[in-house]
Design a protein around this ligand. Structure first.
Ligand SMILES: [Zn+2]
Length: 238
């Protein structure tokens, strides 16, 4: 194993000399000892992680706020990785809008390093990414939620069902108020499950939770189809 590690390090140093890497966040050169392939240790260490208890509190707050609006939420528990600010925010934006699908490897490595609560959360679950409409998928060439769910599935050894949820086309949620977001996603998601045990623990996967409108609509679609153990996992929360 030591020989293998030394060989790997040799090639890493050689490649760094031939093709110097820079951090996608601060643009400074990455050292050969950098923990990640595209993010320097200084930037990665500035990420503000949200632990299991903070996540539970956060999602309790989402449920409370929805109840105050008179909205039912059909999820049991929620978990998240980090605050949507600084390096974390830039990583998500780069992955979502700037063709940064290659960043998922670093993101999974960060979760492996600091997100044990996330890995515990997905155990014995079926991962279901929030669906991306065909038009958006064609625009971006990939779906960032599928990328996250696929990579987590591979690393944590749990199954993923990429076409379990489908959606109609809807406009971007970014500049809408909470009420407008809720209206925008009302009844646009459909669950295609036929032969999946309705007692399966479902974890809906998304990149960011802001008001929760999209995720709650996905959970409602799963609930309409009979699933009773629906949960939420996001990389970021804002
Ligand atoms: Zn950096």
């Amino acid at each position: 194993m030591k020989v293998l590690a030394k060989g790997k390090r040799f090639w890493r140093i050689l490649l760094d000399v031939l093709f110097p890497r820079t951090c996608v966040i601060c643009q400074k050169p990455l050292g050969t000892d950098s923990s990640y392939d595209h993010v320097c240790d200084r930037c990665s260490s500035s990420i503000v992680w949200t632990d299991a208890q903070e996540s539970e509190n956060l999602f309790s707050r989402y449920k409370r706020e929805a109840a105050e609006r008179g909205q039912k939420t059909f999820f049991n528990r929620g978990m998240t990785c980090w605050e949507h600010s600084g390096t974390a925010r830039q990583l998500i934006l780069a992955m979502k809008y700037k063709g940064g699908n290659f960043l998922i490897r670093d993101i999974i490595a960060m979760i492996k390093q600091s997100g044990h609560h996330v890995l515990n959360f997905v155990k014995d679950s079926l991962l279901v990414p929030v669906p991306t409409h065909y038009f958006k998928r064609v625009q971006r060439d990939y779906s960032q939620t599928e990328l996250i769910a696929d990579s987590l599935s591979h690393y944590a050894g749990v199954p993923v069902a990429k076409r379990l949820l489908a959606c109609k086309n809807h406009g971007a949620q970014t500049n809408l108020t909470t009420e407008e977001r809720l209206l925008n996603v009302k009844n646009i998601f459909r669950c295609n499950a036929n032969d999946i045990d309705k007692f399966t623990r479902i974890v809906i996967v998304d990149d960011v939770i802001t008001t929760g409108a999209t995720l709650f609509a996905c959970c409602a679609a799963m609930h309409r189809r009979g699933f009773r153990d629906v949960n939420i996992l996001t990389l970021s929360h804002s």
